[in-house]
Design a protein around this ligand. Structure first.
Ligand SMILES: [Zn+2]
Length: 311
């Protein structure tokens, strides 16, 4: 197994498969960077394997076909260029599910980021999701389970891939050629997304964060203006920068609150924290919309922050 923290759920589901208790529609819920895709691909391989143990042997015809991405009984419903999973793609799933498997084994469908299904797509899938037929399986994954329609949720067996503890990552990390201290620091900030933390630990993420926070300190102590601060904006890393800003504001204001516990202005400051965090969320949502100038949004946010932080 490429990611050892996925083994537990895989073993659990393989056992259900061996005892004919596996649900035909599996919904895997996990945060970004935990390894949902790897899990779905590994589990699909186990279902397709000729040995029928629920674990891929890596040697049979099915396993080899899957390795060369030429397995006729495995279908991934995704269009990387599209923002949503359109109804045409789902109709292909429905149509294929009505046919027999070509290799004589299971038929497996994988719908990554299934929360991107449009309402029409979801409706088109319902009947297949409920009753795909003998030896046919659907694996759906999502990092945003709240966006799924109740009609989808009720037709799936749900599982959560929980983020691993640092202690569970020891053997995996030993093979990653990464500075452990850097990884640990980032992993704790990432709320348990090992794959993202690994990417960041291999880059200059921590150095950039340190420089960004030093500039932020200059901003809130009045050494630089909001306009000057806004020049640090990096369009490619805007999500990271907004995360850092969020953490820095919360930390800074939380410290202010603690040091003035008898201050009658406490309630106002608490409101201020939530207001600034709301503004950040709003700016992030705006930046996600195409056509909006991200730097302008960031500049406006910086001016509002300075105004808000005066109190
Ligand atoms: Zn096999």
């Amino acid at each position: 197994m490429k990611y050892p923290w996925l083994t537990g759920l895989h073993t659990q589901l393989s056992q259900q498969y061996q005892t004919n208790q596996l649900h035909h529609a599996l919904l895997i819920n996990a945060a970004v960077g935990v390894g949902k895709r790897q899990f779905a691909m590994d589990f699909a391989a186990g279902l397709l394997c000729d040995k029928k143990t629920g674990q891929a042997c890596g040697q049979c015809k099915s396993c080899l076909l899957l390795e060369t991405q030429a397995h006729p009984d495995f279908f991934i419903a995704e269009d990387p260029a599209a923002k949503s999973i359109g109804v045409d793609l789902i109709r292909q799933v429905v149509s294929r599910a009505q046919q027999k498997s070509q290799q004589g084994g299971a038929l497996v469908f994988y719908i990554p980021d299934c929360d991107k299904m449009t309402e029409a797509s979801a409706n088109a899938l319902l009947k297949t999701l409920e009753e795909p037929g003998q030896d046919k399986y659907l694996i759906l994954t999502t990092a945003s389970i709240n966006r799924l329609l109740p009609t989808i949720l009720s037709r799936c067996q749900q599982y959560v891939l929980r983020p691993p503890q640092l202690s569970e990552l020891t053997s995996w990390l030993a093979e990653q050629h990464v500075d452990l201290a850097r990884f640990e620091t980032i992993y704790q900030q990432m709320n348990g997304s090992p794959l993202i933390a690994l990417d960041y630990a291999k880059s200059d993420y921590l150095d950039k964060q340190k420089a960004f926070l030093a500039d932020f300190k200059q901003l809130i102590t009045g050494q630089i203006s909001a306009f000057q601060f806004s020049q640090v904006f990096d369009e490619k890393a805007y999500n990271q920068q907004l995360d850092w800003l969020n953490q820095a504001i919360s930390k800074w204001l939380a410290a202010k609150l603690q040091s003035n516990s008898s201050d009658p202005k406490q309630a106002v400051k608490r409101l201020l924290i939530s207001d600034l965090n709301l503004q950040l969320a709003h700016a992030r949502a705006q930046m996600l919309q195409s056509g909006m100038n991200k730097k302008t949004i960031f500049q406006r946010l910086c001016f509002n922050l300075v105004d808000g932080l005066k109190y």
